[in-house]
Design a protein around this ligand. Structure first.
Ligand SMILES: [Zn+2]
Length: 133
């Protein structure tokens, strides 16, 4: 059972959590859910979903191959949601501050980011992020 837990740390079965969102069976109803699904997409090197869940104005299609290669080259160790603002049902913008741990070239490293999300075509998408120390 343990290996069916979602990589995002929700303690839910991945098929009722991010994997279902990646496969289009569930919608990310909040900015946090979208953030979690994007983390899980990184752990699976699912570049197509990372593109799809990125706002069309800030998405860079040229990065797709690089994202896939990089996501595959690191070992993802976990996601911690530190803070969320708005991004709930009924909102049209939201922010999520998170830390994602990964091992790259044998070194433990992390991304600490405040991410900005908004609705595009009534779906949550990643707009931009601010790197934090
Ligand atoms: Zn999940």
């Amino acid at each position: 059972m343990l290996n069916s837990l979602c990589p995002c740390g929700s303690k839910k079965d991945k098929n009722n959590c991010c994997v279902a969102i990646l496969e289009g069976k569930l919608e990310a109803e909040t900015a946090e859910a979208l953030m979690r699904s994007r983390y899980t997409a990184f752990t699976l090197a699912h570049a197509e979903y990372l593109m799809k869940s990125h706002h069309s104005k800030t998405r860079n299609i040229k990065d797709k191959k690089d994202i896939k290669q990089w996501a595959k080259s690191v070992k993802w160790m976990g996601l911690t949601i530190i803070n969320t603002e708005k991004g709930q049902l009924g909102d049209d913008t939201g922010t999520v501050e998170f830390k994602a741990l990964f091992i790259e070239n044998g070194q433990l490293n992390h991304i600490h980011e405040k991410s900005f999300f908004c609705l595009e075509n009534k779906k949550w998408v990643y707009k931009s992020g601010k790197q934090l120390p």
